[in-house]
Design a protein around this ligand. Structure first.
Ligand code: HEC
Length: 124
């Protein structure tokens, strides 16, 4: 079955492309880091053994492979705004589903920039 996005159309290389480019235009990973702690994403994603929530470590390396043909940035955008659309294998949809309302697109861009600083060899 083809994956679909909120509008119901199929996921393709153009999915979210314009929104993501706009969100990333002035993205600042430091602001993104502050947001991740303010919003307490870190409580699920940056501590523990990764059994309840996938840890951010390594995202810069594998985000582009999670949901082809989405780019790393497009995948992260979707994962934050529409967490129920595609679950990381082995996890349930325990992620809050309201960041769409709580965050501006610019803030999402800052967070994506921050998440892409997590390379596999950085273990925190
Ligand atoms: C209550 C715990 C919880 C909180 C808080 C939370 N998440 Fe998640 N998140 C999850 C779980 C569980 C998954 C795996 C299921 C899924 O794919 O939605 C996930 C998946 C993700 C993924 C995909 C990761 C991957 O390895 O592909 C990203 C990116 C993400 N979350 C970002 C965030 C950001 C950014 C925030 C804060 C704005 C946040 N999450 C808050 C639990 C949480």
């Amino acid at each position: 079955m083809p994956n679909s996005e909120p509008g119901g159309s199929e996921i393709n290389a153009e999915s979210y492309a314009e929104e993501v480019a706009a969100a990333l235009a002035n993205a600042d990973s430091e602001i993104g880091g502050d947001l991740v702690y303010e919003l307490e994403c870190n409580l699920c994603h940056l501590q523990g053994d990764g059994s309840l929530s996938p840890l951010f470590f390594g995202l810069a390396d594998f985000a582009a492979e999670r949901r082809p043909p989405l780019s790393a940035e497009q995948y992260l955008y979707e994962a934050i705004l529409y967490p129920g659309l595609h679950l990381v294998e082995g996890y349930t949809n325990a992620m809050p589903n309201n960041y769409d309302e709580r965050l501006s697109r610019q803030e999402i861009g800052h967070i994506i920039a921050y998440l892409l600083t997590f390379a596999a060899d950085e273990t925190g």
